[in-house]
Design a binder for this molecule. Structure first.
Ligand SMILES: [Ca+2]
Length: 290
């Protein structure tokens, strides 16, 4: 079933937005250099290589920005203006269960599901959309300043990346509004905090798709085949995963883009990764490389 979230619908939503998040991210100048310069990461840092254990077909149409497994479904947000969509697949056989196109002015970014809400981030539109995870209808939205890149959660805390070295934690109140018609009060405003992610004491920028993995946050580093394992209490990178060479040359087309998308299967604990316009999704395990 294809649901189209029309521009009219979005305009209505943005007018009715719950203005309870003003994160004050600001526009952040992206670091244009490799965070550890052109050299190798520091030797003291544990490093791993991603070893492929299983491969499944993955629809190449996804310009993957968000990836999460929840209650037997694989949730994917796919980006680009005019093409952004949220797709839900039956994780067992990757059958498309539901799809919703976003209005052309939205560039979908990360997504994460908490109970009966699916949070979908947008890139430069300042909107965190809240969808019904079954119908994919928009129920509410939060506004924020700055860019949205990756999104994950732990318990009732959202974790957001914005392409910089920052991770923004949004602690959701238990009685947050369920619908756009419900008012936000001082009592149910979320609490915002920010941590800076560091690698060997230096900022690690370009943090992109996120996943909460056993007390750590794993983050794709944009335009690198690297996944950083981050201690969310300190922001310190506690390990680096080399995820290069997953997608073989014969599987690449001209529009095949970078590694992006980490999902932990909550039933098996297995980690799956994919990329933008990748035809496959890979279950990986880590092998220490000293
Ligand atoms: Ca994820």
């Amino acid at each position: 079933m294809l649901l189209t979230i029309t521009p009219q619908r979005v305009i209505h939503l943005t007018i009715s937005l719950l203005q309870f998040v003003s994160v004050g991210l600001g526009c952040f100048a992206l670091g244009l250099q490799n965070s550890w310069g052109n050299g190798a990461p520091p030797d003291s840092l544990p490093r791993y290589r991603a070893i492929v254990k299983e491969v499944r077909a993955f629809p190449r149409e996804n310009f993957t920005q968000g990836l999460e497994i929840s209650e037997g479904k694989l949730y994917v947000s796919s980006g680009l203006y005019g093409q952004s969509a949220v797709r839900v697949y039956d994780w067992g056989d990757m059958t498309l269960a539901r799809e919703a196109a976003l209005a052309p002015r939205f560039f979908a970014e990360g997504l994460t599901r908490i109970e009966d809400r699916l949070y979908v981030l947008t890139w430069r539109e300042g909107r965190l959309l809240i969808l019904d995870p079954l119908s994919l209808e928009i129920r509410a939205a939060m506004s924020y300043q700055g860019e949205g890149w990756g999104l994950t959660h732990h318990s009732r805390s959202l974790w957001l990346s914005d392409g910089s070295d920052r991770l923004i934690r949004i602690d959701l109140p238990k009685d947050a509004p369920q619908e756009i018609s419900q008012a936000t009060t001082a009592q149910n405003e979320p609490t915002i905090s920010v941590i800076r992610v560091t690698l060997d004491g230096k900022p690690l920028r370009r943090l992109n798709e996120l996943e909460w993995v056993d007390g750590e946050i794993w983050a794709n580093v944009w335009q690198q085949d690297t996944i950083a394992r981050i201690d969310p209490s300190s922001g310190r990178v506690v390990g680096l995963i080399d995820a290069s060479n997953l997608l073989q040359p014969e599987d690449r087309l001209r529009d095949t883009d970078v590694l992006n998308g980490i999902a932990r299967d909550p039933e098996t604990g297995k980690i799956w990764v994919t990329g933008k316009r990748w035809p496959k999704i890979f279950q990986i395990v880590l092998e220490a490389t000293d």
